[in-house]
Design a protein around this ligand. Structure first.
Ligand SMILES: [Zn+2]
Length: 331
């Protein structure tokens, strides 16, 4: 049950008891699955998705990034619950780090698809690939057991590059996170690649013309897909780092994927110092605080991609080592 890229710690910093974690996850699963809205349409669609094929694609990504694919936290339909609020404008889906469950709202996905003129079944596939990408990312949770027992306190979480705290006092709870939208951009870019690969390998999933139309939207990045701004930012970021360390964009991208699965902490002081050499003052701080996709889009101009940064005097050893370490393990 122990998964290398999913860790729980108690408040004293020791690893949480594995049986307690497994029991908590199983109890949560049973409770949440019972709350799933009965939707034969959604269940039929889940049954149509070949989860073995999907798992294999995720495993390949993990292996390519040097992570043992047996250890990734890929979720089967038994942990996918159609129980998010179906009120208009609510979220289409989310992954719960604590419960290890993907929540979805099939109604909201259908509404979004119809508003954007997208095929609804392909949108479900894409949204699930996005949430599965969160699930296979490195996650850590500090203080969950104490939080559950006391019904108050603080949980510290990391999910990929996103670092968060959940604070609960009596009835009010507060959620704060850093680098959340950077992580969403990485999640979404991986999910888009996986969706395309899945559709290539499973041509029966949808009609060719539907797939072509959907992929046109997926890759046009004109704001029809969630996180288009964050993906565009990320692509500029990859370019900037590639120029700075003299590596091609593909290599930098795989290093970032590995960082997400292994859980690189951008708040690490050395990282912060290194990045601040590369970007304008406060850039990295502002990136950590971004709270909308539009703000990510606006940050693109501060990447200053016109500048020939190769001529800048030094780029910190930390970033060079990070990229070359990560990329050396990638075939
Ligand atoms: Zn997400």
């Amino acid at each position: 049950m122990n998964k290398i890229n999913r860790e729980h710690f108690n408040l004293s910093g020791e690893s949480e008891n594995e049986n307690w974690v497994a029991g908590f996850e199983e109890g949560s699963r049973k409770r949440i699955m019972k709350q799933s809205e009965n939707s034969p349409e959604f269940e039929e669609l889940l049954a149509k998705i070949d989860f073995n094929s999907l798992r294999e694609i995720f495993s390949n990504i993990a292996e390519k990034s040097g992570v043992d694919s047996e250890k990734i936290n890929f979720l089967n339909p038994e942990r996918i619950s159609n129980s998010l609020s179906s009120k208009e404008g609510e979220r289409m889906a989310e992954f719960s780090i604590m419960e290890n469950i993907i929540y979805a709202s099939h109604e909201e996905i259908k509404r979004y698809s119809s508003d954007m003129g997208l095929n609804k079944d392909l949108m479900v596939l894409q949204v699930l690939c996005h949430e599965e990408t969160h699930a296979i990312s490195y996650t850590s949770c500090v203080g969950l057991k104490e939080f559950i027992r006391n019904k108050n306190g603080v949980i510290e979480t990391q999910s990929g590059f996103s670092i968060g705290t959940i604070q609960k006092e009596n009835e009010s709870s507060q959620f704060n996170s850093l680098f959340r939208f950077f992580d969403e951009g990485v999640t979404e870019k991986i999910a888009r690649e996986i969706t395309s690969e899945y559709l290539d390998k499973n041509p029966d999933f949808s009609k060719t013309e539907n797939v072509k139309e959907f992929e046109d939207v997926l890759y046009s990045k004109k704001g029809k897909m969630p996180y288009d701004g964050s993906v565009l930012f990320l692509e500029g970021f990859i370019k900037k780092i590639g120029l700075a360390v003299g590596l091609d964009e593909e290599t930098v991208w795989h290093a970032i994927i590995r960082g997400k699965i292994e859980g690189i902490n951008f708040n690490d002081t050395e990282f912060k110092n290194s990045f601040s050499e590369m970007f304008p003052p406060n850039f990295f701080y502002d990136l950590s605080k971004v709270s909308s996709d539009g703000q990510m889009f606006n940050l693109i101009e501060r990447l200053d991609l016109r500048e020939n940064i190769k001529n800048k005097p030094s780029f910190s050893e930390k970033i060079k080592t990070w990229i070359s370490d990560l990329s050396s393990k990638i075939s």
